[in-house]
Write a protein that binds this ligand. Structure first.
Ligand code: TYD
Length: 215
């Protein structure tokens, strides 16, 4: 068993994950003295960042959906072994921007691959490790996409070029996952203002920061 606390942040594009993550960080550092590590998928370590470049390259329009899935899974495995597990072993709180649920929502609900296959591949890559808590920042697709359009600093990736119905399927996929995993996944309404979203997120995190786990 790992000693730290593992939290994943999930949601459709434009939900504001990155902003929320940055705002959560100082508050979490105060609460978890053993330390907090924030990281992201796909990427977070050198090999996984190299895989990320291949997946998100706007020129790779010929990429097959199963190839794409396997690349995400490969990036997940490497990131888990190199970054997540060692930090959990040393008692840290690891907050990861996207994890297993992204594959089910995007490659399953979004692209139409079998969610059973994806869940099996996730288990294979993670040896069955699941987050203690997953925050799902839920947002209506139109609003999420309009936020992306307004944010000119954000890199435009291959997936941003997808049509609205793909984004809607992804959102539905996430909501179904939340229904299937009510203990682990907490839905947060990301259409609210940032302060409300962050305070809701903190409330959910407090519940898993049990005193015995806090080194
Ligand atoms: P990124 O620029 O990190 O987007 P965001 O800031 O919204 O997280 O790009 C990650 C993209 O990869 C995002 O569109 C979701 C997608 N993705 C999948 O399709 N499957 C996965 O398993 C993961 C981890 C990400």
């Amino acid at each position: 068993m790992t000693k730290g606390i593992f939290i994943s942040l999930e949601g459709p594009d434009g939900a504001g994950k990155t902003t929320v993550l940055n705002k959560l960080l100082p508050a979490l550092e105060k609460r978890h003295s053993a330390g907090v590590v924030t990281t992201r998928e796909p990427g977070g370590v050198m090999i996984a960042e190299a895989i990320r470049e291949v997946i998100l390259d706007v020129n790779n329009t010929a990429m097959d959906s199963k190839t794409e899935l396997l690349l995400y899974i490969a990036a997940r495995r490497q990131h888990l072994v190199e970054r997540v597990l060692p930090n959990l072993e040393s008692g840290k709180l690891v907050l990861v921007d996207r994890f297993i649920d992204s594959s089910v929502a995007y490659q399953g609900a979004g692209r139409g691959l079998s969610s059973e296959d994806i869940k099996w591949l996730n288990t294979y890559a993670t040896d069955g490790l699941e987050p203690d808590l997953t925050l799902l920042l839920d947002i209506e697709s139109e609003l999420g996409l309009s936020r992306i359009a307004q944010n000119s600093d954000r890199e435009v990736n291959r997936l941003d070029l997808e049509k609205i119905d793909m984004h809607q399927r992804v959102r539905q996929g996430y909501l179904e996952l939340a229904q299937e995993n009510p203990e682990r996944i907490k839905i947060i309404d990301a259409s609210n203002d940032i302060e409300t979203v962050v305070s809701e997120a903190l409330k959910a995190i407090e519940a898993v920061l049990k005193p015995s786990k806090d080194a």
